[in-house]
Structures are given as C-alpha cells and as structure tokens.
Design a protein around this ligand. Structure first.
Ligand SMILES: *Cc1c(COP(=O)(O)O)cnc(C)c1O
Length: 268
C-alpha cells in the first residue's frame, strides 16, 4: 500500500523528481521481518521507477542498506528479510555489530563515514568496503594494515560535490591526482566515487551535486577505467539514480527513523 503510493508519487513527479527530505526522521520503525520485507520492496519499487524514467536497468543499481544506530536485534530482522550487506558510518559501531552478528554467514560490512587514520587498523580487520576515502595518509595506513591482515578492501573516493566547506571529501579537481597516487597501494581496490549531495529540498541543487560526480567519473574513466557511482540516500536516491548512481545508500527508508540526530554522523 505504502509502496504503491511511493511509486505513484515517484512517477507522477517525473521528470521533475523531488527530494523526499520531508520524510527525514519520520520513516516508521521496522520491528519485524515483515516490516523489513515491506520496506525493502517499497525501496526497490522506487529504484525500479527511477530506473525506468531514466532508461536504465534496475540491476545496474546496487542497494546498500545503512544500519547505523540500529541495534543487532533489528539488523538480524533485516538480514532475515534479505539484507546481505550493511553500511555503517562509524567504524567502532560497525566493528561491535560485526562481532555480535558474526554467526550470519556471508554478511558484508561497508564503512561509509569519515575515517581517522588511528581507526584504519579496525577497518582492515573486518570491512569489505570503505566508501569515504579522501586522505593519502589514511590510504597508506589502510594499505599497510590490510597487508598485515592479508586482506584487500574495495574503496570509493569521496568527493565534495556540494562545495560546503564543512563536508568531507576531496574537491573534484584533486581527484585525478589522488587516484594516481593511491594506485600504488596494492591492497586497496578502487571501485568508484562517492558523494553526499547537498541536504536540501531544492531538487535542482541535489541534482547538480549528482551531475558533478557523474561528470567527474566520465572525465576520469579514460585514465582510470570504469567506476561505480555511490550517491543517493533515503530522501534523494531517485534523483541520484536519474543522474547515474550505481550504488544507493539507504538507511531510514528501510530501518525507519533514527533517534540520534544526523549531526552526530555528518559534520556541519
Ligand atoms: C546515514 C547515511 C546514509 C543513509 O541516510 P538515510 O537518510 O538513512 O537513508 C547514506 N550515506 C551516508 C554517508 C550516511 O552516513
């Protein structure tokens, strides 16, 4: 029911898709496997509709469920409903959960938030992916620690596309040189670019951030090859998909509203 409304709202607003930040911190909490199934189905419908509008195939888009602030019990329900990978913004929180959910086989953890080099050691132990790489020093420490663990890590370079000084991520013009430098780190596998679009109900500004990331990817593809584009979250992933996202990071539309304010996770 909810999902049909979502789909309708999504297709009615085409081609001027609006962000859904009106729902921010208001998504109902998922408390059962069925709730999670329903939410996942609704998100997938929204993904399919956005793909249809932009002439893309839905299997070009990977849905990364974001479980930050959610406890292990809720994450278990999400896994029972079909989640096989989870995004977490803070490393120590992710590590604690990875340990208490270690019995779920094949579960993959993606660290999507800013990382201090003193915590790179922990990422190297358990994460499959790190999406917020924006520092050479962190890359170097990660590579060294991964070597010790005999592990490799998929990484995304975070780009600041909104030009807000408080946000993490490299300025677009620095990404080419940065990518050339991190190529020497054998245990880092560069998979793509990641951004947080400006958090605003102004669709044009959200879209502009997404376009910037895609444009950068296109420019860099000649020297760096094919790259994934991680952009879009609960409130804006349709716009991101219309602009070429191949990974969307969705928390609240799957798990429900977070109780902790976003300022705890995002600077500024
Ligand atoms: C929390 C978070 C998301 C998901 O946000 P939702 O509003 O819960 O969908 C996406 N990306 C990053 C980097 C995050 O920290």
């Amino acid at each position: 029911m909810k999902s049909k409304e979502n789909l309708q709202a999504a297709s009615l607003s085409s081609p001027l898709t609006q962000p859904r930040h009106d729902m921010h911190n208001q998504w109902p909490r998922a408390e059962s496997v069925d709730d999670f199934r329903e939410n996942l189905a609704a998100v997938k419908l929204r993904i399919e509709a956005a793909c249809q509008r932009s002439g893309r195939s839905a299997d070009e888009v990977r849905l990364l469920p974001v479980s930050k602030t959610m406890d292990a019990a809720h994450i278990r329900l999400a896994c029972a409903a079909g989640c096989t990978e989870l995004g977490e913004n803070k490393v120590q929180e992710a590590w604690r959960k990875a340990q208490s959910l270690a019995d779920i086989s094949g579960l993959r953890w993606s660290v999507i938030g800013h990382l201090q080099s003193n915590k790179a050691k922990l990422v190297a132990k358990f994460a499959s992916e790190f999406q917020a790489l924006d520092s050479l020093h962190v890359a170097e420490v990660l590579d060294r620690r991964l070597h010790t663990e005999s592990r490799a890590l998929d990484v995304f370079v975070q780009v600041n596309t909104s030009c807000e000084p408080s946000k993490y991520g490299l300025p677009a013009e620095d990404v080419d040189a940065f990518m050339r430098q991190i190529k020497t780190y054998e245990n880092l596998r560069v998979r793509g670019l990641m951004t947080l679009a400006e958090f605003t109900s102004d669709a044009g500004r959200v879209r502009a951030c997404c376009k910037r990331l895609r444009q950068l990817r296109d420019e860099l593809s000649e020297s760096h090859g094919a790259m994934a584009l991680s952009m879009g979250m609960s409130g804006d992933f349709e716009i991101a998909i219309e602009e070429g996202a191949t990974v969307v990071r969705v928390g609240q539309a799957i798990f429900g509203a977070r109780l902790r304010p976003d300022g705890f996770y995002w600077p500024g």
